[in-house]
Ligand binder design. Sequence first.
Ligand code: AR6
Length: 175
Amino acid sequence: MEQVKLNVIKGDITKQEVDAIVNAANNSLLGGGGVDGAIHRAGGPAILEECKQISANQGGCPTGEAVITTAGNLPAKYVIHTVGPVWHGGNQHEPELLANCYRNSLHLATEKQLKSIAFPNISTGVYGYPKYKAAEIAVGATKEFLQQHDTSLQSITFVCFDDENYELYSRILDE
Ligand code: AR6
């Protein structure tokens, strides 16, 4: 199997020229603040239109699951919307649900035969997931996926918006 490259950068996910960027959405899929707000603002109304249709068909998106839409005006080709868990202290299946976000997004990207994907630091903003724990899960779930599945992906990038996440991911990926 070809080696898949895992990268970490500090930056704005809406600017990434990759096949798919991942959105940290909510169960309604109808937009919000944080990275979700930034993606819909930069991508334009086509993304929300498709989210509304998906929501009407399947009643939103359960936590840990993922759906795929156009990327509208963004440089990416697709947006994969996944819903991270709200942090309630760690005993409400948060680790498993957060790992599912990464697994299910990688599955969708593989089904679509995509070559590159960029993730934000899901759940570490408004949803309050401790950053170190979230970074370990993101990297761990991604590596596990790559061990267990053949994938079209050649490059997986973790796009960090703040210094703390950037340093955490850099350290974890170095190990
Ligand atoms: N590029 C990359 N990362 C970003 C960007 C950006 N442009 N903007 C923010 N981040 P959050 P959550 C980082 O709160 O915790 C929304 O309202 C941010 O610094 O966006 O999963 C949804 O609709 C943080 O590290 O998502 C949901 O209701 C990370 O993205 C709720 O927030 C995630 O922060 C989801 O909360």
